[in-house]
Design a protein around this ligand. Structure first.
Ligand SMILES: NCc1[nH]cc(CCC(=O)O)c1CC(=O)O
Length: 312
């Protein structure tokens, strides 16, 4: 052991939503098990993030993914917490240099779940579907141009309540979020080969200060290498594309032995245009995602390319 089991406490920072709390507890329990310490040794410190305060407008309009991490970033930089536990999907591609991704937990089910219909094709003609994710909106309209997309935010429980109240005919949630909240029976999972997930979906990412060797060693014990490789590839693809939370991008990663198969699809926001491609490269080849990005951008029509700064 590289730290004093009895004396040293770690402070874990998280958002306060029920899903974020469930993820924080999972990280804490994995750390306690890996190090043979009491869970109480890791103190959970919860914050209401800016992204949770504004519920009536799409995240892309009010400041993007940074609103999920702003408060925790400040606490981490100031040393008020030792590490922060995030949904990988919610963490900006470009992060402050003083932070490092110290661990990625074993990835959950990457699929989206459709709630309100059995499949995309089973949605009634002209169905009203609630989502604020550009990827879900564009992917839906690509398959079903007759549907109407309306802005839909809030945590998992809020969205389910809005659906139950009849505000929309259907909505999407990540299977991973539902499972982590113990809601396994809700909705219909969509085949991940036909309906691609978001970069980082279903993965939990833990950041600490890059120079904090003690915490880095502590967190390394629960790092899951295949999940880390997949998340790194997806984040690298997004970075090479110059994508933001405005960019309709979907991605699916498979680790096959020593190789990564990375599939990506870019859309125009109205779903009319789509470009898709894949790239197979050895684990550790950091150029693979950039090759796929270049291929996609080379084939993207302007209505797609305009949403990706990497095209410049
Ligand atoms: N943008 C919100 C968000 N961030 C992570 C998840 C779910 C869990 C995950 O994908 O890891 C969700 C909710 C959703 O998309 O249903």
């Amino acid at each position: 052991m590289t730290y004093d089991k009895q004396e040293t406490k770690f402070r874990l920072g998280t958002r306060r939503s029920p899903l974020a709390m469930a993820q924080a507890e999972e990280a804490r329990d994995r750390l306690a098990a890996a190090h043979g310490i009491e869970p109480a040794h890791i103190e959970i410190v919860a914050v209401t993030a800016s992204g949770d305060r504004v519920q009536d407008r799409p995240l892309a309009e009010i400041g993007g993914k940074a609103l999920w991490t702003r408060e925790l970033d400040a606490w981490l930089a100031a040393g008020d917490i030792d590490f922060a536990v995030h949904s990988a999907k919610d963490v900006e591609t470009i992060r402050p240099k003083e932070f490092a991704i110290a661990a990625v937990l074993p990835r959950e089910d990457v699929r989206d779940v459709l709630i309100g219909a059995e499949s995309i094709h089973a949605l009634p003609q002209g169905a009203v579907v609630g989502t604020s994710a550009p990827r879900r909106a564009a992917q839906l309209l690509h398959a079903r141009p007759d549907c109407k997309v309306v802005t839909f935010r809030g945590n998992v429980a809020t969205r389910l309540a809005k659906l139950a109240a009849g505000e929309v005919d259907a909505t999407f949630l990540a299977s991973a979020g539902l499972r982590r909240l113990g809601e396994t029976g809700t909705g219909h999972p969509l085949d991940e080969n036909e309906w691609l997930p978001a970069p980082g979906q279903a993965a939990i990412l833990i950041e600490c200060r890059a120079g904090d060797e003690r915490t880095r060693r502590f967190l390394a014990a629960i790092d899951h290498a295949p999940s880390r490789a997949a998340v790194a590839a997806e984040r690298a693809l997004l970075a090479a594309l110059g994508g933001t939370c405005h960019s309709p991008i979907a991605v699916l990663t498979r680790i096959q032995g020593g190789d990564i198969l990375l599939r990506g699809a870019l859309f125009s926001p109205d779903g009319a245009e789509k470009v898709e491609g894949e790239c197979l490269f050895p684990l550790g080849d950091s150029e693979g995602p950039a090759r796929l990005a270049a291929d996609l951008l080379a084939r993207a029509v302007p209505a797609i390319a305009v949403h990706f700064a990497g095209s410049a």
